[in-house]
Design a protein around this ligand. Structure first.
Ligand SMILES: [Zn+2]
Length: 235
């Protein structure tokens, strides 16, 4: 029997769940409940590795708005905070390469930094030397956003972009709780350093020569370790 699936505002607190293996009967909160990012689930508390009996999905702000009268004051405040965050993010987030400034010179090494924002919250700041190239609301477990932003930076600065290095201050938000996220970020960074990436791979015919050139560029950079966003090779 498949686990039952409830929306957060369904009547899951009162429904009696039945374990198909041992016959245990009880309500969701009497079972073995585990909490995840987007849902919680309930397994049979009597069986060894008891079967999952039900899943409750957390609500979106829209679902919460539709059940506003059922929310406690604290839940309402939390929905309002989340809506405000989403509106801020929508307004401040980088969407197009054209929103980025022109940067003079050659190869670019950028920094992915994390700062408190006036008026509350935190922001991701992309820096090139002393210049803030972009600021936007920081996302918890923002490794997917890291990939999106690097891709927009690449479409603006092309092969000149050699690295986007997260500062230690940014790790907590960027990586979150998932163990593999630093690897995902490092893979994107090493593709940048080697001039690989989706676009570069397409030009197969020319690749040999290009690759060599890029490797030399990388070596040149390593010699100048610590100089961020300096012009190292003129294009
Ligand atoms: Zn059971």
């Amino acid at each position: 029997m498949a686990a039952r699936s409830f929306g957060y505002y369904d009547n899951w607190r009162d429904e009696v769940l039945v374990c198909p293996r041992c016959g245990w009967r009880g309500k969701f909160e009497e079972g073995a409940v585990e909490y995840y990012e987007a849902l919680m689930d309930c397994s049979c508390p009597s069986c060894d590795e008891g079967p999952m009996l039900a899943v409750v999905h957390y609500p979106s702000p829209e679902q919460s708005r539709a059940h506003w009268d059922q929310l406690t004051e604290a839940e309402k405040q939390s929905v309002i905070r989340r809506e405000k965050w989403e509106a801020d993010f929508k307004a401040s987030s980088l969407k197009l390469a054209d929103q980025l400034p022109e940067l003079p010179g050659g190869r670019l090494r950028m920094i992915w930094d994390f700062e408190a924002r006036e008026g509350g919250g935190h922001q991701t700041v992309i820096k090139c030397g002393d210049q803030a190239v972009w600021r936007e609301s920081a996302i918890y477990e923002g490794y997917e956003r890291f990939a999106e932003i690097v891709s927009i930076l690449k479409s603006k600065y092309g092969k000149r972009l050699l690295d986007v290095e997260p500062t230690p201050e940014s790790y907590y938000y960027l990586y979150g709780d998932r163990l593999w996220t630093p690897d995902a970020v490092n893979r994107i960074r090493s593709e940048l350093a080697e001039g690989r990436g989706k676009r570069a791979r397409k030009g197969a015919g020319k690749e040999g020569g290009d690759k060599q050139e890029r490797r030399e560029g990388t070596r040149e950079h390593r010699k100048s370790n610590g100089m961020r966003c300096q012009v190292l090779i003129s294009d």
